[in-house]
Design a protein around this ligand. Structure first.
Ligand code: PPS
Length: 287
């Protein structure tokens, strides 16, 4: 399969060459945003697919048809992917997705000020989810042992770069951007409240049937069965289902089943060094 072993380095960050070229990454930084665009931004494994599904339902006003018939990467295409289709022809408002760090998009965003939704997740759970995903995704390097992978995650040398830099960069643009912040854990705790907050941010009125549709169709159990999001459409040479599942556990706090006490302490020290008091705004259980 194409470029599975290729790594592209861009903005000092490594990206899987199977999904990105220098040209596709460069094109993302020059993307001609429109004010009506809605851009979902995440670090990998932060609940991107879940939020894509929720935004799909908000966009369709609760109609399940798009979510059940169109793959998520076509509904909310990735800015930086090789395969981002015909974005120029997509009717407004366009829903878009990116894993890129803020500095890579700052200039393009400043020109049009689209709506940005930043979704973050407890980084310990991100590391766990990412580690398992690297085992099944043949376009990532072998993650090694869990402890080795976590060290690379803390050093920011995994693909897509440092989680800490990603979060800090996207927090830093609060003043100049039209950005709203959500967490994976908030989606778990109060899905309805998050949908209301999303609709308020997007300027959409919440109809009663929307909340019901999101509850039903965006649950982990439902999405796990939906071939448009559960990655079963992707050839096994790329994502190997014998080595794991994309829709793996879908819970908050799975890190407790993976981290030794010393590794957890090392992680917390780095978290504190990097984010300081900013880390508290997310109310993540780090101990
Ligand atoms: S990716 O590859 O970056 O796009 O992955 P991403 O979608 O960001 O993250 C995948 C994790 O999100 C979980 N997930 C969900 N959790 C709860 N509810 C729903 N509906 C849901 N959909 C996806 C998915 O299971 C991955 O987390 P882990 O911890 O590995 O299960």
């Amino acid at each position: 399969m194409a470029r599975l072993a290729v790594t592209e380095t861009f903005f000092g960050i490594q990206f899987p060459g199977h999904l990105h070229t220098q040209d596709s990454l460069q094109a993302a930084t020059n993307f001609p945003f429109r004010p009506s665009d809605v851009l979902l931004v995440t670090y990998p494994k932060s609940g991107t697919t879940w939020m894509q599904e929720i935004l799909t339902f908000i966009h369709s006003e609760g109609d399940p048809e798009p979510a059940k018939t169109t793959p998520n990467w076509a509904r909310l295409p990735w800015l930086e992917h090789l395969y981002n289709g015909t974005l120029a022809e997509t009717p407004e408002p366009r829903l878009l997705t990116t894993h890129l760090p803020y500095p890579a998009l700052a200039e393009a965003l400043a020109k049009a000020k689209p709506k940005v939704i930043y979704l973050a997740r407890n980084p310990k759970d991100v590391a766990v989810s990412y580690y398992h995903f690297c085992q099944m995704a043949n376009f990532f390097p072998d993650p090694g042992s869990f402890e080795e992978f976590v060290q690379k995650f803390l050093d920011g040398t995994v693909h897509y770069g440092s989680w800490f830099e990603h979060v800090k960069g996207w927090l830093s643009c609060q003043e100049e951007s039209n950005i709203s912040y959500f967490t994976y854990e908030e989606l778990h705790q109060d899905l309805e409240g998050c949908v209301e907050r999303l609709c308020a941010f997007l300027g959409i009125s919440v109809k009663p049937e929307l909340a019901e549709a999101v509850r039903t169709h965006c649950s982990f159990a439902s999405m796990r069965e939906n071939a448009m999001v559960n990655t079963t459409l992707i050839p096994k040479e790329i994502l190997d289902p014998s080595k794991g599942q994309f829709m793996r556990k879908g819970i908050a706090g799975d890190w407790k089943n993976h981290f030794s006490a010393p590794l957890s302490d090392r992680f917390n020290t780095k978290f504190q060094e990097e984010l300081g008091s900013q880390g508290q705004r997310f109310r993540w259980a780090m101990d």
